[in-house]
Design a binder for this molecule. Sequence first.
Ligand SMILES: CCCCCCCCCC(=O)SCCNC(=O)CCNC(=O)[C@H](O)C(C)(C)COP(=O)(O)OP(=O)(O)OC[C@H]1O[C@@H](n2cnc3c(N)ncnc32)[C@H](O)[C@@H]1OP(=O)(O)O
Length: 224
Amino acid sequence: MLRGCAGLLRSWALRGPKRGRSFSSEVLHVDHSLPNPSWNEDMRLLFDQFMKKSEDGSWKRLPSYKCNPPERIEDVKIFFPDAKLLKEQMSQAQQFPRSLGEGVGFEYAMFHNHVEDRTVCIFQGGPHLQGVPGFLHGGAIATMIDSALGMCAILTGGIAMTANLNINFRRPIPLCSVVVINCQLDRVEGRKLFVSCNIRSMDEKTLYSEATSTFVKLDPKKKN
Ligand SMILES: CCCCCCCCCC(=O)SCCNC(=O)CCNC(=O)[C@H](O)C(C)(C)COP(=O)(O)OP(=O)(O)OC[C@H]1O[C@@H](n2cnc3c(N)ncnc32)[C@H](O)[C@@H]1OP(=O)(O)O
């Protein structure tokens, strides 16, 4: 069962949702990991570089949508049989990092290398993510780290949740700048996936943050 879910999830993460479903097509089919007018020159440059790396198939761009497709919700329900996923609330639910308007919040695109178990996220943090004036809020940085590490873990192990996340904030990240989050699956022990990352400037000279994490694969035999 877990294997099947992992396969479904990987297929969704790598290729996007099946078309032709009765879900709102705007919500399902707008891929937010493609360039939009709010992306600055650096973001576009990095995106083009990774698209080039993707040409030989070693890296894959991960599509990204505001909402989960119905089949994804069903995948997760297996692990939470008692959870009250109310229809009305679920119809309004959005992925947190995609819930802010274009350009003001999290602008990002992720690429995954399946052979190396690496995920790279290029991230432009918009003006509504401010903490200390002129710089990104630590919670916004943590959100993006959790999402990128999560993607790296899930693409390897299937449905997993963050159990532990440790972040060292080394330098403040300027608002509206573009940074690169480099994630790496370090090891797998049973249901535990150990994933780490660093955040660097485009020229790689500045180390902004480092993080280590433990993701735990959900066990369908356990009632959550
Ligand atoms: C579009 C797609 C986007 C994808 C990216 C999204 C990324 C976002 C990910 C998240 O933010 S998830 C939300 C935040 N996380 C949570 O809400 C998780 C809440 N915690 C839980 O639900 C459970 O604690 C958890 C599922 C993580 C583990 O519960 P289990 O009952 O399945 O684990 P169990 O207690 O059996 O422990 C299994 C192993 O994990 C270890 N473990 C459990 N909790 C741990 C912990 N907190 N830290 C370190 N290790 C832990 C535990 O020691 C054990 O190791 P061993 O196998 O060696 O004995």
